[in-house]
Design a protein around this ligand. Sequence first.
Ligand code: MN3
Length: 209
Amino acid sequence: MNYHYPFINTPLPYSYDALEPYIDQKTMHLHHDRHLQTYIDNLNALLKENPQYQTWSLEELLYRWQELPPSLQIPIRRQAGGVYNHRFFFDGMTPPEKSLINLSVVREIEKYFPDFHDFSERLKQAALSVFGSGYAWVVLDHGNLKIMTTANQDTPIGENLHPILNVDVWEHAYYLKHYNLRGDYFDDWLYVINWDAAKQRFLEAVKNA
Ligand code: MN3
């Protein structure tokens, strides 16, 4: 993985068509090669002009944004958020035949939600509730597993806030295949969640909480 300036568009951890039939190949090409690439190019351009921040990691740029000069705060948060959120989203998916939830994950979710169905239904409602563009997230917040949403490229990241899963609900994430039906896209996304990645992130978050 590439953590510092200059940021490069690291390849997807699976082929472009690996998430078919749930997420289509053309969407993955455009999403990774064009949308994410644009955030990377814009972030590199900002950091090229401001070399004192070139050693900051992507995460630092996001959670230490208040230390940036006022004129850079919004642009850096938008572009670094666009890079972070997309990498997190792509790494949080896997081919459907590998998207196996295991009992330990279900048990963990059921400590915080009545059951797995309730959890996925709440996450879906959160995804549907995002007005315009943004993300629905599963986060560990002060040790509690929670569902939340962010607008645009905002990122829920901080000392006591650790993201576990996100689903990109910008229209570019689904419009070619699912048209305007965000709920259908969400239902398909459930088949390609990388539960192993979610579990690893959760264990890391618990360790750092
Ligand atoms: Mn996107």
